[in-house]
Ligand binder design. Structure first.
Ligand code: 1HE
Length: 261
């Protein structure tokens, strides 16, 4: 099957089991044109089987300035719905793709850029990072899955406030609010994200698959169904030969112990 060509504003590098995807449109602060959004979708729908984890970062001083506002032309309601649905397909390809994705954040993580970051599984933010949802003041609404994903990170009350008042969270406030799981010195987010992705790539693939596909669904289910789905997933994961090998390695003293940090 032929692979779609990589979008010119994207760079993709494969380093062993880790795919590094860079938004590479720094003169426009990595604003996401429709083509770029579809380019991200294509990358995640076509990752080689050898890839076990991915990292997304942005070139230049900012991770991503969100939707390319220069493309916001006169759309009727139906076109607007389809445009938003196109973003949903692309960011679903990130969140529910084949492998865990780590976002390396710096500078502006705003609007659709925050929606993209929210579709990743782990977020590493450096000291320069700031978060905002300027949609509120631009007279529009989130359309890239932000209404679903962002409240799950920071709560609906904080998101409502951000959109109503234009509030900007700096890296410190953002970490406390729950935007990112890791906070690192300026200029080191990519290095840390890569190290985490390499660590993630060592996990059993079925465990990683369960974490990105089963866990978010279980979290949405009523308790009884969630517990049953968990039991099914646990049974499938532990029956895999790789799980047996890993358990045997621990019992024979060949695997790392959990260490206090
Ligand atoms: C852009 C965009 C963009 C910059 N679309 N062109 N997002 C926003 O409302 C955020 C808008 N951007 C900004 O607030 C600032 O640009 C930044 C804080 C991100 C960076 O500031 P700065 O001073 O480093 O850069 P700049 O001078 O503002 O921008 C440099 C260039 O990038 C300039 O173009 P130039 O041709 O004059 O050089 C800007 O016009 C351009 N640029 N951001 C298009 N977003 C699925 S729905 C999602 C809805 C949303 O995401 S709405 C939020 C959109």
């Amino acid at each position: 099957m032929t692979q779609p060509a990589l979008h010119p504003d994207l760079q993709l590098e494969l380093r062993g089991p880790v795919a590094l995807l860079r938004l590479n449109r720094p003169t426009k602060r990595n604003a996401l044109s429709d083509g770029l959004v579809m380019g991200i979708r294509d990358v995640f729908q076509n990752l080689p089987d050898t890839v076990r984890a991915a990292v997304i970062d942005g070139a230049g001083d900012h991770f991503c300035a969100g939707l390319d506002l220069s493309e916001l032309k006169e759309r009727d309601a139906g076109q607007g719905v389809r445009h938003s649905r196109m973003w949903h397909v692309a960011l679903d390809a990130v969140q529910f793709g084949p492998v865990p994705v780590v976002a390396a954040l710096h500078g502006a993580v705003v609007g659709g850029g925050l929606e993209l970051a929210s579709a990743c599984h782990v977020r590493v933010a450096d000291d320069s990072t700031f978060y905002a949802l300027p949609e509120g003041s631009r007279g529009i609404f989130v359309g890239g899955g932000g209404a679903v994903r962002i409240p799950r990170l920071i709560g609906a009350a904080r998101m409502t406030d951000m959109m109503l008042t234009g509030r900007v969270y700096n890296a410190d406030e953002g970490e406390r609010a729950g935007f990112a799981q890791y906070r690192v010195p300026a200029g080191t987010a990519l290095e840390e994200a890569r190290a985490l992705a390499e660590r993630i790539a060592e996990n059993a693939p079925l465990t990683n698959y369960a974490l990105i596909h089963a866990l978010p669904r279980i979290a949405e289910q009523p308790t009884d169904q969630g517990l049953f789905t968990e039991a099914l997933m646990a049974g499938v994961a532990q029956a895999a030969p790789e799980a047996k090998d890993r358990l045997r390695a621990f019992l024979e003293g060949r695997a790392e112990k959990v260490k206090r940090n």
